[in-house]
Design a protein around this ligand. Sequence first.
Ligand SMILES: *Cc1c(COP(=O)(O)O)cnc(C)c1O
Length: 416
Amino acid sequence: MAPHAERPRSAHEPPPTAGLPLRAADLLPGGDAALDTALVRFLGVESVQLECSGTAALVVALTALRDLTPARREVVVPAYTCPLVALAVARCGLALRVCELLPEGFDMDPVALAALCGPMTLAVVPTHLGGRVGDAAPARACARAVGAWTIEDAAQALGARIGTEGRSVGSDSDIAFFSLAVGKGLTIFEGGALVARDPALRAALQAASARLVPSCPGWELRRSIELLGYAALYRPAGLRWAYGRPLRQALAREDWVAAAGDDFEADIPLHRVGRWRRAVGVRALERLPAFLEQTRRQAAARIARLRQLPGITVLDDSAAVPGARGTWPVLLVLLPDQARRDALVRRLWGAGCGVSLPFVQVLPDYVRYADVVPAVRPGALPHARATAGRLLAISNSPWLDDARFDHLCDALARGA
Ligand SMILES: *Cc1c(COP(=O)(O)O)cnc(C)c1O
């Protein structure tokens, strides 16, 4: 551990994001296993296709689109996003194009995007990070202009709404996907949900899934055991072992990629989600609206406080999206510069006060993914790099109590 790093002051460790805790009753056998139907109601969409992860959902989507338009081979994604997106694109034999961002946010720069899109573009992937609603309209316009598809990555935004009627994010694009992984709100340990507006496209997604995804009881058994372990340890005392200990070990090695959980395996499991995990999801989903409301209220109060700190920029939903109401797994702030951000991270990441990095850096800067992410010239992607370097996530878990949040605000006030 770095010399100036603070040690956690109690055995009570908050998780890095506000995940919905499971209850013992969620884990009972039997019950309604129609998680797809339950998600249809929750999202207010016509149909939901369940997959074994958000990444698997993206693989299925890209496979279906590739079959519909085989001449197109390129997928444009934001330069700062989850490395699993890059792995999914590579797994489908497609070429990744990374797009510069607008300053101080996660949306792709429309000018850079237009320059990347062309007759080879299969899909553009606007993304809603950390529950923040991004503006997907410019990406849709760019994609449409070149005959490409739009896939909204709402992996971190299940429950985020747009418009006066409170439609789900993703409703306006060809396809959208959500993640049910640990740390993303509602979880069945790993899972993903695919939605599409057009019935013909939905049929193509189902056909791609039927062809690509085997049953694989071995994977399902493993995920079921992992879900039980999660249910047992996802509480302030258990997280110290399940999350805090491996985190502090990674920080002691100065391995930020492992500390952030960005060290993904290249191999993407594809299998069916079993009945028991689906039923757990149905029961937990009933509590999700109330949990999202509780975390929204906590976020509103804490953001008001963060906004008073000099030098701190709080990221919010896009002002360009009417009626945008995101979810609040984390509060995302930008520090004035990377040096100050890094100093705070060194001090607080392992200290049990809810600080983390969503992703460590822009996609081309991971040595680990050099074979699936095209290299860029030095100095490229200045806005995306600046955002990645100044960003800090603060857990919005209800288990991050006011004393810890106060400590964090003091550190931010001094550090920024
Ligand atoms: C987590 C994540 C994914 C992949 O979802 P999994 O369910 O973990 O496979 C894709 N995109 C983003 C932005 C994510 O955060």
